[in-house]
Every structure is written in C-alpha cells, then in structure tokens.
Write a protein that binds this ligand. Structure first.
Ligand code: URA
Length: 238
C-alpha cells in the first residue's frame, strides 16, 4: 500500500463521499490534519502518521474493503444490470463505489460471495494456479452414489471440450433427492450443474458454503453482508 495519498482521494476512499463532494468539504474547511484546518485538496496524507478529522470525527482510512455476502437466489452476480436486480443492489450506496463480486454464482445459486475493491486478491482467489477450493452444498434430483464420487475424483470429462479437475464429493443422503457437498477448485460456467448433468443427474439447489479458508457465517441471513474480520482477510491472503 502506498504511504502517501492526496487528501481528497484519502477521504473518498474512506467512503465519506464522492471525490467532488469531499473536495467541496475540504474547501469549506471541514477537514483537519493533525489539528490544523487544511483547504488544499492535493495535500499529501501520510497514511501511517497523519491524523485526519472530517467534520470533527476521526477518519479511519481503508484502501481495501472486504465483505462477506450471503447471496439469495434470484439476483445476478454483476455490478450492474439493465433489467435485473444485482448482488450489488444490496449494498449501501455509500460503500458500493468501486466494489465488485469475486467470481460468479448463477442467478439461482445461493451462498457465500466475497465483495471487495481489492483486484489483486480477487485475481489470486480466482487464478487456477492458486488452487482455491470452493465448497458447495447441493441437492440433486437422482441417486448420487460412490461411482459418481469416484468419477468426480478422477477428473470428470464433462463434455468434449472440458475435463474437470479432480473434485471431492461427499454424499450425505442418497435417494430420489440426494444431498451432497462438493468441492471444486475451478469456477467454469455452470460447472457443478454441468458435472452432474454429465453423470445423468440434475442440480435442483446449490449453495456455496466456503471459499478457501472463508466460510459463510451462519448468522448472515440471505441478502445480508458483514465486513470480513482481520483474521479472515489474512487467511484469504495466505
Ligand atoms: N457451479 C454452478 O453450476 N453454478 C454456480 O453458481 C456455481 C458453481
């Protein structure tokens, strides 16, 4: 992280308003650095040392923010969409700026979605070379059996162009409706649905429950989000 940031950027990054709004506030004398009113938007802030007050309250600067979101079914994983509700519509306008979802869940998939403005972390989590496991709970129409688990573990030929990497399948209940946990390290389009279709079964419910070391917090209802804790951020960056 760079050490010095322009005052207007520092305030806008801290979600205190748009760049043009905070510029106005600075010029109106609403911002103090180390006890002195500063009216120059280009003033450099030393992130570690300087103490900045905005309208009398201390500013806690965060260049990067991380939220755990419990995605409900029925919304698209996108930052904007002309006709459909997106996952970002659940976020407060004030913090929404520059945030994006890491990876994609289908419209009808529920569960854990990481929302951030940290492009590097998003890239690392999605990179095939980093082998980050994503675990899903799934309900399957059809009897899932150990033969399927073995085929998944060997690396399933999903269609003529796509052979999946080995995936771990744990069967909780096997019957007309089977209940399973499945972990994959890739994130190809409709991957889990396509994997089950390739063994003649259909996913009827899908929920992501973890991504790497990060697990969906049980206390989050669908549509709710919370900031990641310090140790959760660290575990993702390992
Ligand atoms: N696999 C799918 O088929 N859908 C998702 O949303 C995620 C993984």
């Amino acid at each position: 992280m760079e050490k010095q940031v322009r005052l207007d950027k520092y305030l806008a990054d801290s979600n205190l308003g748009s760049r043009s709004q905070v510029k106005k506030d600075i010029k109106q004398g609403l911002v103090k650095i180390n006890g002195q009113i500063v009216k120059k938007c280009e003033e450099k802030i030393d992130i570690k040392k300087d103490r900045v007050f905005y309208k009398g309250s201390p500013v806690s600067y965060q260049k990067y923010v991380y939220y755990m979101f419990h995605k409900p079914a029925g919304v698209v994983t996108a930052t904007e969409d002309k006709s459909q509700k997106t996952v970002m519509d659940f976020f407060d306008k004030k913090i929404r700026k520059k945030l994006f979802p890491v990876g994609r869940l289908d419209k009808d998939t529920e569960g854990l979605l990481l929302i951030t403005n940290d492009g590097q972390l998003a890239h690392d989590l999605l990179s095939p070379t980093k082998h980050v496991d994503k675990t899903y709970y799934a309900e399957i129409s059809g009897k899932v059996d150990e033969g399927d688990a073995e085929a998944f573990l060997r690396g399933l030929q999903v269609d003529k162009d796509f052979r999946a990497k080995p995936a771990k399948l744990v069967i909780k209940e096997s019957g007309e409706l089977s209940k399973v946990f499945i972990s994959i390290e890739e994130g190809k389009f409709h991957q889990i649905k396509r994997m089950f279709l390739a063994v003649g079964k259909e996913v009827v419910y899908l929920k992501r429950i973890s991504m790497g070391a990060l697990s969906l917090d049980d206390s989050l209802d669908k549509g709710e989000y919370r900031p990641l804790r310090e140790e959760e951020i660290k575990s993702l960056k390992k």
